[in-house]
Design a binder for this molecule. Structure first.
Ligand code: DX5
Length: 218
C-alpha cells in the first residue's frame, strides 16, 4: 500500500483567519484539501478560483471539485489563480461529469494529477473504465457538501474492493475522519485521509493530526 498521507480540508477552518490556520498546520500536513462547491452538484457553495488567492502554502493542494460539469475554462481558472501554489491533484466527481474521460484528460494535460470521486451511493463499477487513467480515487465516506457529518462505514466495502484491484493506487477517503474512523479506513486500504472538522474545530490542531497519525499506526 502507498504511504499514508493526511490532508486537512480547509472547509471548516476559520475563514477570517485562514492564512493563520494554514500556517499552523502546514508542517504536519502532506496535502491541503480545498473543497469547491457550486450549489448545484451539492447544496452548498464556496468561493470559486478566487479562494486560491486568499492564502499561500508550501503544501501541495488537493482540489476537490463538488461541481457539476467543470468545463476546461473552469479548471483552468483554478490552475491559473495563484501560480505560487502547487496543485497536486484535481478531483472531479463521476456523478457530475458526462464525459469523465475527457475531463480527466484535460486535467492531466495540464501536468496535474487527475482523480475521480464517488459518492457513498455510487458503485465502483461506475469508475472501472477510468481506473487506468486516474492517479487517485476518492471514496466519499459522507455525502459531499458539509463538514461535520457522521462517517458512513459501509463505504469501506468499496475501499477494500478497490485496494484489491489496485494495490499501488492512492485511495483517499473524505468525511467523518477522526482518530476512531481513520484506522478503519486504513485497514480497508485507504492511504490518503482527509479531515476537516476533527482538525480545524479542535483546540489543538497539531495534536488532532498527530492523533490520526498515531491511531493509524496501531
Ligand atoms: C465534504 C467535504 C469534506 C469535508 C470533510 O463535502 O468534501 O472535505 O470538509 O469534513 P469532515 O472531516 O468534518 O467530515
Amino acid at each position: 500500500m502507498p504511504k499514508i498521507k493526511i490532508a486537512p480540508s480547509i472547509l471548516s477552518a476559520n475563514q477570517a483567519k485562514l492564512q493563520e490556520e494554514i500556517n499552523e498546520i502546514e508542517d504536519f500536513s502532506d496535502l491541503l484539501q480545498v473543497d469547491v462547491m457550486d450549489n448545484i452538484f451539492v447544496p452548498n457553495i464556496t468561493p470559486q478560483a478566487e479562494l486560491l488567492k486568499k492564502f499561500s502554502t508550501k503544501v501541495p493542494l488537493d482540489i476537490h471539485f463538488m461541481v457539476k460539469e467543470p468545463s476546461n475554462d473552469y479548471i483552468k481558472s483554478f490552475i491559473n489563480a495563484n501560480k505560487k501554489l502547487k496543485i497536486n491533484n484535481i478531483t472531479v466527481h463521476q456523478e457530475a461529469c458526462k464525459n469523465l474521460k475527457k475531463t480527466l484528460n484535460f486535467i492531466k494535460k495540464n501536468k496535474i494529477k487527475a482523480a475521480v470521486a464517488i459518492n457513498p451511493q455510487t458503485s465502483l463499477n461506475k469508475i472501472k473504465s477510468v481506473l487506468n487513467k486516474v492517479d487517485m480515487v476518492l471514496i466519499m465516506t459522507v455525502e459531499p457538501g458539509f463538514s461535520g457529518q457522521k462517517f458512513i462505514e459501509s463505504t469501506l466495502t468499496k475501499v477494500k474492493e478497490l485496494r484489491k484491484l489496485k494495490p499501488d493506487m492512492d485511495i483517499e477517503v473524505d468525511g467523518g475522519i477522526n482518530d476512531k474512523t481513520a484506522p478503519l479506513a486504513v485497514k480497508a486500504g485507504a492511504n490518503i485521509l482527509v479531515a476537516s472538522s476533527f482538525i480545524f474545530k479542535s483546540d489543538d490542531k497539531i495534536k488532532a493530526i498527530k492523533k490520526i497519525r498515531d491511531a493509524v499506526k496501531k
